[in-house]
Design a protein around this ligand. Structure first.
Ligand SMILES: [Zn+2]
Length: 154
């Protein structure tokens, strides 16, 4: 361990996560409430690219610039020091693809978790149970999250 871990601790991912509201691990990255809009669910996906850059994606549609502004950060803050230079079009396309793949990965994680909630509710209903207000609210949240995830995947 040692050097690599310490470098990570001071890296851009750590800097981004420290400015967000209770990010939780999800798949290969993290999810938390997006600081750039009134967020009821955890719409912001935060992942780390292979080269150490931070990949942000708001499922509700906020731009990376808006999310960064809400955190008081700049685009350069997403990159490890060695990456802070002008990027070629190929590198920008690669970064865009990596961000999209991270968003897909996060969306699939959301679908997997929310499918369980919906399945439980379906089983309850099939067994003739009536869902309480809390369960109904959770079911609605699950449907909202599935819709957001589908929007990312289509
Ligand atoms: Zn947002």
């Amino acid at each position: 361990m040692g050097a690599a871990l310490q470098w990570n601790a001071a890296g851009p991912l750590e800097r981004v996560l420290s400015r967000l509201d209770r990010p939780r691990r999800s798949g290969r990255g993290h999810l938390c409430r997006c600081p750039a809009h009134e967020d009821r669910s955890a719409s912001l996906s935060i992942a780390e690219g292979e080269d150490g850059r931070v990949l942000l994606h708001c499922f509700a549609g906020c731009s990376t610039e808006d999310v960064l502004a809400a955190m008081g950060l700049q685009v350069a803050d997403l990159f490890p020091p060695s990456q802070r230079r002008a990027h070629t079009p190929e590198e920008r396309r690669a970064a865009w693809r990596a961000a999209r793949e991270a968003a897909w990965s996060a969306a699939l994680g959301v679908l997997g978790r929310e499918a369980v909630v919906i399945e439980i509710a379906a089983n309850e209903l099939a067994a003739g149970s009536v869902l309480g207000a809390e369960d109904l609210a959770r079911l609605r949240l699950a449907c909202d999250r599935v819709q957001e995830a589908r929007a990312v995947l289509t």
